[in-house]
Design a protein around this ligand. Sequence first.
Ligand code: PBG
Length: 333
Amino acid sequence: MSILPAMLRPRRNRRTPAIRSLVRETTLSPADFILPLFLHKESADTPITSMPGVTRWSLESLVREAGEAHALGIPAIVLFPKIDEELKSPKAGECHNDDGLVPHAVRLLKAAHPTLCVITDVALDPYNSDGHDGLVHREPSGELNILNDETVEILCLQALCHARAGADIVAPSDMMDGRVAAIRDALDAEHFTDVSILSYTAKYASAFYGPFRGALDSSPKEGDKQTYQMDPGNIRESIREALLDEAEGADMLMVKPAGLYLDVISKVRETSTLPVAAYQVSGEYLMLKSAVAAGWLDERAAVLESLIAIKRAGASMILTYFARQAATWLSER
Ligand code: PBG
């Protein structure tokens, strides 16, 4: 008699849809998604040419769109404003104007949909005439210096402005040092202890943000973002950023982009006990959309697979331009 067991057959666990559903380790739900929404102050909606299928909404349409997403089970949206050229300035003062576009939108959204979680982006690039996430100083040598501490002071004013309008979560995407602690202090000092911070912890200097910058006209006028966003070759540095953000009081950590950085998502998840978010960015969206448009990929299968991979890597929430569509597909299954 052989002491070896009978032949081991992993395929038994894949035999029927019912068994597969019992052994499935990761599942997707509309509750995992955060929908990024673009807005402008115009009264018409504008299709975004650099991102087919994505629209820049008027305030009225934004409120409707957010409500429809919420009704599909999507718990949260994040706002990205296109700011008029004449409101942009080197000090980006418009970013903390209580009568500005974002605070206005937040008030309307919270009034119309009280249970919707409203997240705002904290960074200067849509407001800054230089198109950088921080204040720009030109050195005598001609080199551009993105000022850290001076920027953090303005980010605090911006976060407070969003909190006053009723934002549930502020999400600093600027990658300045020390901004999480500074924003936490500023919020607490004004008694906004319930406003959360979703920190862009490991945000890489990625070519995959190109279509987004087209959507908002927010490309840097000069230079690139490599002195503040992370080097795509690095992962140990993401551990350092995660430990700092957790110590500084972040409530949630984000990795961005998502699909090309699954190892980073997994590492950040191991490093911290905080929930991890991942941002499937505009370039990732376009890669899928263009392959689908060419007839090369099946949209539903490819998109849901891209999302489950991000979740499997360790993300508890995914920012994705496919949120509405994916939520619809999931509810049809
Ligand atoms: C800027 C910001 C960017 C994105 C979100 N916030 C662009 C950048 O850092 O240049 C990119 C999102 C996307 O590509 O979908 N604060």
